[in-house]
Design a protein around this ligand. Structure first.
Ligand code: ZN
Length: 388
């Protein structure tokens, strides 16, 4: 059992100074003071610290991605501490452009590996391509029968790397994900990769029109890619959807119109969008290819999971986003859209996924995942099997 004493708790709702008791993988008690006397009790001093939910990263390419510049441009796999040192205790893995040399079975195996090493992991079935590749043969069956599969994606639209799905194909993907999600008690979310194409989010509106589908089944990401897409994203949120900003960004992207995720979050909040309709994700271990206007690849970088924490800090300190709202975008909001009801909050009965941040700097001090301390004083005390 672990007792965290007198931390300033943001659930992400501010709860004030609390003692928080963890038993096994759950939070079992929270109160202004708790009198716990047990021989095996581990006590963590939370004074001068903020206690917040472990971060939920809704899009990570666990097994790497990329390859758009040939085989040598395939990006490497994520390691455990890539996530934990940045406060991430829950991560959702997906394939991207390449679903030939990157496979769903490999993604699922990596998710199990990371879970064994200490964090909570989930996967999306499918990839950029439609019709989707799946494990069982159907999106519905993957979501219903495979514990870790909670949705489908990234389905690519408005992008030269997309399979250019027809409206009917998009509708079928959303319908199958919805039924799988309902039957399995999961989110059944359709994660949508939105490129820099001029159609922006229009394919999602077109897919929904004249059907029983709802915009909120689609969870579009990279909405901070450029200002026209950002503005379309604001409208999508006003129309009831949830939008995601990508925190892995290259200097080149920023110089060519990408809006930093922290700034996008601040702008969207200032437009009156609810924090529960806004999320940030890292796109960790994706390739960040730099394309010329004609589609030629000019350069390549790799996305990092730790940019999620960096953008959260930037949102609060540089763009004056209230702490609660900035935290919501990386905890409660992504947990809700993905249907992860035990994640994203600090509350009795939920998973003991917690981060202690330095009050002043918001630096990650301690990371606890499923009740186990993985990071102490900013250093990894648990590493992945092949990490040194
Ligand atoms: Zn993407």
């Amino acid at each position: 059992m672990i007792l965290i004493q007198q931390a300033d708790v943001y659930s992400p709702t501010p709860l004030g100074r609390m003692d928080v008791l963890l038993a096994g993988s759950e939070v079992v008690a929270m109160a202004p003071t708790l009198d716990v006397r047990l021989p095996q009790l581990q006590v963590i001093d939370g004074r001068d610290k903020l206690l917040v939910p472990g971060f939920v990263d809704s899009l990570v390419h666990f097994i790497g991605g990329g390859g758009e510049g040939g085989f040598a441009s395939r990006t490497p796999e994520m390691q455990l501490t890539d996530a934990t040192l940045g406060g991430v205790t829950t991560a959702v893995g997906a394939l991207g452009t390449d679903s030939t040399t990157r496979t769903l079975t490999n993604l699922l195996a990596k998710a199990h590996g990371l879970e064994t090493e200490g964090i909570s992991t989930y996967c999306h079935t499918g990839s950029y391509q439609v019709p989707c590749k799946t494990i069982t043969g159907q999106i519905t069956d993957d979501i219903l029968l495979i514990d870790k599969v909670i949705g489908v994606g990234e389905i690519a639209i408005s992008d030269h790397r997309s399979s250019q799905p027809t409206l009917d194909e998009l509708r079928k993907v959303a319908a199958q994900a919805r039924v799988g999600g309902m039957l399995a008690g999961k989110g059944g979310t359709v994660s949508v990769h939105v490129g820099s194409g001029e159609s922006l989010l229009q394919p999602l509106y077109d897919a929904v029109a004249g059907t029983e589908l709802q915009l909120k089944q689609f969870y579009p990401t990279h909405i901070n890619r450029n200002m026209p897409l950002f503005l379309a994203g604001l409208q999508f949120a006003r129309d009831g959807g949830v939008i995601d900003f990508t925190t892995s960004t290259t200097e080149y992207d920023l110089a060519h119109g990408e809006v930093a995720a922290a700034k996008a979050l601040a702008l969207a909040l200032s437009e009156g969008i609810s924090p529960m309709q806004l999320t940030m994700s890292s796109d960790g271990n994706a390739s960040l290819p730099i394309f010329s206007p004609s589609g030629d690849m000019l350069g390549l970088e790799v996305g990092e999971v730790k940019t999620l924490h960096r953008s959260f800090v930037q949102a609060v300190r540089e763009f004056e986003v209230p702490l609660q709202a900035a935290l919501t975008a990386i905890t409660a909001s992504p947990a809700a859209v993905l249907g992860l009801h035990r994640k994203g909050q600090v509350a009795v009965g939920l998973d003991a996924d917690l981060v202690l941040l330095e009050s002043a700097s918001l630096a990650v001090d301690t990371v606890i995942a499923k009740g186990k301390v993985l990071v102490k004083q900013g250093q990894a005390c648990v590493k992945g099997v092949f990490e040194r």
